[in-house]
Structures are given as C-alpha cells and as structure tokens.
Design a protein around this ligand. Sequence first.
Ligand code: SF4
Length: 367
Amino acid sequence: MGHYTNVTSPTAAERTELVAAIKRWSAELGFGATGIAAIDLGADESRFHDWLAAGFAGRMAYFTRHGTKRTRPAELVPGTVSCISARMDYWPDAADALAVLGAADRGYVSRYALGRDYHKLVRQRLQRLCDRIAAAIGPFGYRVFADSAPVLEKALARNAGLGWIGKHTNLISRDAGSYFFLGEIYCDLDLPADAPASAHCGSCEACRPACPTGAIVAPYRLDARRCISYLTIELHEAIPVEFRRAIGNRIYGCDDCQLVCPWNKFARRTREADFAPRAGLDRPDLVELFGWSEPEFLAKTAGSAIRRLGHERWLRNLAVALGNAPRTEAVVRALTARSDHPSALVREHVRWALAEQASRRSSNLGQ
Ligand code: SF4
C-alpha cells in the first residue's frame, strides 16, 4: 500500500488502491467480507418510515428517536462521505440447533448469543482497522458502529455488496448465508463504492411459514411485535399470552427463519473463539436454569449479551418455556418454587406456566 499524496484529494488510482488494502486488512482482522457503501439510502428511508408508521417496531422507541439520522449517515456523523461495511461470521461449534429446538425440556438460545457479547468485539476490530488505515494515509475522520447507534446497517451492507435483504429481512450473502454480525465505519474519506448486491430469494418463501409466531407478515416485512427475538429480548413487559405456546423452548431470541433458509448451507463457522458457547447454554436444562439465583445468573452470563436481559426477564422467558415443557415433577416443583417471586412479572408467567402444566395433566388423564 502506498500513501495518499494528499489525504484530502487523492487520485482515483490511490482511492482504488486504498479500498483494496482496507479489504485485505479487514480480512486479516477476522472479517468475512468488507465493502464500501454509498450512503444515499433514499428508497430505504421511505421503507423504514412506512415500517415505523405501521407500528411494527412495537415498544422499541429508540427506532423513532433519531429523526432522519438513521437513514442519513451525514446527519448522524457530520462530514461522513463513505461507509465501510464489514461482516463477521458468528455460527459457533455448538449442539445441533434443530435437535435442541426439538427437545422441549431444553432451552434454545439464538446461536449469535451463545458466546461473548459481539458489540465490543466487533467495534474493537473496526477500531483496529481504522488504526491501520490512519497508519497508511494519516489521520482521518471516522466513527465505528456495531449495532450501537441509529445506523441502517442492513441497507448499508447491501449497498456495500455484502448481500441482499431477504424476505425474512436479514442480510444474506451468496457465499456465507446469514449467520454473521455487521459493523460499520462512517468516514470522511471519499472511497469508490462497491456495487450493491443483487437479491436471490427468487420464488423461495421458506422463512414465512417457518416463523413460529407469523412475524413475517409479507415478504420483506417483519412485524417485530410478533418476532420471538423481540418478545424474549426487547420487550420489557409481559409476553402476550397469544404467543407463549408458539415460543416453545426459545428462551433468548430465535433462529427459525434462518435455519430454513437454503442459503445457509453456505454459512461458515466462526473463527472467533470468543463466540464459542459458554455455561452450557447451547443445550441447557430448563429446570436448572430456572433455579439460578440472581448472582448465579450474573456470574454465568458475564460478558454475554444475555446478561443485559436481567434476571427478572430471564425468569419470565424460562417460565414460558417451562409452561411448554413436558410435564414432570421437577418442572412443576421448579415453577412452584418461584410462584411467590417478588416480581409480579415473574409470578404472572409462573402462574400461566403452572396452568399450562395442569391442563396437560388433565388432558393426559382424559386419554
Ligand atoms: S428462506 Fe427463502 S425467502 Fe426466506 S430469506 Fe431465505 S431464500 Fe429468501
């Protein structure tokens, strides 16, 4: 890599050379692919506002808080000219996802959340990439993001050629499926943009019927209020009763729409040891998890995204899964032991779960 003769007005050849170097350095830092996104998100802005107007964001007020900053990068970070978008594979070596989903006495945790919280890791890597760029061309203006600010990351990643937004609304790459995190660098460097990725869902519709709660209300349209990731992670209140049976044993997020996606036969295993499952959470016993005290919960989920859920909502989610679990004495005993929990939220979910267990016993007796 040569040096910009003048960082404020490099030649076209220098810019092309810099982008090639950025992609190389980014790969060395563990990113699966990197591209340069044009920051004009015109059509995505109106789609995003339609989605908000339909109420599909539910209680995620942070989506509405930032006006047009999310869809206009230069309003969020003045001086932004280009966005460097990168993806990092997260699928770890873990217990088989479908087998765990089929074992109702076990809890299912979305595979992205089994290891260390990715936010810090991805941001740190992007920072190192910026350090390398600065070492080559001199100081430049930038900010790094990993799901950490109002950034329309999937649209930017598509603009950067990293993949297309599938009918389930996740980003899909032809050669890496969809099990990856995204990170962005907004910068003041005028870099030649990559061509946006073309879409390849074609006539496939596999993800829509696979969603347990019918959250993909139309192709490319997700009602987050029905999405199990929202219900088990974003929602702070009671999980609406209408979704509790459909949630099954999913205690933190959900991967179902991605598990059925044919493009995930091209998904790659993560190279990051930090994303390996911790505390046996890839196939945990529901009764055992429900027995964790708050200090145990905090200790076992230290460094994990799950910790931010808090013990109360952890118990809420587990109560739903235990309500859906096969009836055993251990399940009923575990639920009963939490029936006078100080949190009204937990008590109400435990009551529901015990009622589900009781109805299962009467239906068994009736056979
Ligand atoms: S399951 Fe089919 S329709 Fe859904 S995102 Fe994958 S390819 Fe597209």
